[in-house]
Design a protein around this ligand. Structure first.
Ligand SMILES: Nc1ncnc2c1ncn2[C@@H]1O[C@H](COP(=O)(O)OP(=O)(O)OP(=O)(O)O)[C@@H](O)[C@H]1O
Ligand SMILES: [Mg+2]
Length: 326
């Protein structure tokens, strides 16, 4: 059982394609596909399935490592400790979930990982480089073309006046990637990959539905062919049926492109569906971190058990090489 999941893990992390050097043809061929199989599962806490904590997969080729990160904010002259000695690793192609109640520090950690909030203590290394010891421009160069952030509410994160095409094209233009023609080709391919008709390309963003907007935000995030995407509550502003579509899209993209994902969500069903490993946050600390399976089948921390007890049952179909959120 343990050997199988480690093998699966290696296969997944080995899948990462050659990132920025992909040709357009190869890149376009990485479209969204998926097979739906028909085995129903639900999260049952079965002590018999518990494995020792040491069996959790330990990635040894990390893309990103945060070590002992503490973040203090100052609010009205008072210090607020948002993160307290947090350590987290993400391997290439790995999907890591971050769960915890409101105010536990999930967004602060996501922002610290992407160079947007400087830790009071501790360090963040991306591809082996300590990002906060770099000059701002160097940091942007290192992270800007290789990471992307998907926000909770696309309506407030995307400029409503811009066209769909302009929103997706923008990160390519800013980084001078490709010719004008190349960029148009890529924008069309991205629309296709996130399941949007290319006729939307000239429509202003404000005319789109919530689900369409989140697809545009995902297409924009994918434009630079990132190695790491952080999705902070990517579905919580969407209604239930659209949530399932977006989760299936993220799952397909993860599988087809080998992108590492950090998924922040209150919806632990989404985390179980998408993530290989899960970290549980409480009051600025990670109280438990392990493979998603062991977090869900054998939670060790009392707080994790509380969170899982409060969660709705998982509902997805899965098979040998694909699963679908319902
Ligand atoms: N800019 C800020 N200034 C002061 N305090 C902040 C700031 N941003 C966040 N905080 C505080 O830091 C703590 C962690 O906030 P954070 O937004 O990271 O939590 P979260 O887990 O993402 O919450 P949610 O699930 O509601 O999005 C909270 O106590 C919050 O009030
Ligand atoms: Mg948050």
């Amino acid at each position: 059982m343990r050997r199988a999941s480690e093998l699966e893990y290696r296969q997944r992390t080995a899948k990462r394609p050659g990132s920025g050097s992909l040709t357009f043809a190869e890149w376009r061929s990485g479209g969204v596909t998926g097979h739906i199989m028909a085995t129903q599962t639900s999260p049952t806490l079965n002590p018999v399935e518990c494995e020792p904590a040491s069996s959790a997969v330990q990635p040894n080729n990390d893309l990103l490592v945060a070590e002992h990160v503490t973040v203090d904010y100052t609010s009205r002259g008072r210090r607020v400790r948002a993160l307290d000695d947090v350590t987290l690793r993400i391997a290439p192609g790995e999907a890591v979930g971050l769960i915890g109640e409101s105010g536990s520090g999930k967004t602060t950690l996501s922002r610290a990982l992407l160079g947007l909030v400087k830790p009071t203590r501790g360090n963040v290394r991306y591809r082996g480089r300590d990002i906060y010891s770099l000059k701002v421009a160097q940091r942007h160069r290192l992270l800007g073309g290789d990471t992307a952030l998907i926000f909770q509410d696309p309506r407030s994160s995307l400029n409503p006046r811009l066209s769909v095409g302009a929103v997706i094209r923008d990160p390519l233009q800013v980084r001078h990637i490709g010719s004008r023609h190349d960029r148009e080709v890529r924008v069309n391919a991205l629309l296709h990959d996130v399941g949007l008709p290319t006729e939307l390309i000239d429509r202003p963003v404000r005319e789109l539905s919530g689900g369409q907007l989140q697809r545009v935000a995902i297409a924009r995030a994918l434009a630079v062919e990132p190695s790491l995407v952080i999705a902070d509550e990517p579905t919580s502003a969407l209604d239930v049926s659209i949530q399932a579509q977006i989760l299936n899209l993220l799952n397909n993209l993860k599988r087809s492109r080998g992108i590492a994902l950090l998924v922040v969500s209150h919806d632990i069903r989404a985390i179980r569906f998408l993530c290989d490993r899960t970290a549980v946050m409480n009051q600025g600390s990670i109280v438990e971190s392990s493979t998603t399976d062991s977090i869900f089948t054998c939670p060790k921390d009392a707080y994790t058990r509380q969170l899982l007890d409060a969660a709705p049952r998982l509902n997805y179909k899965h098979g040998t090489d694909a699963k679908k959120f319902l």
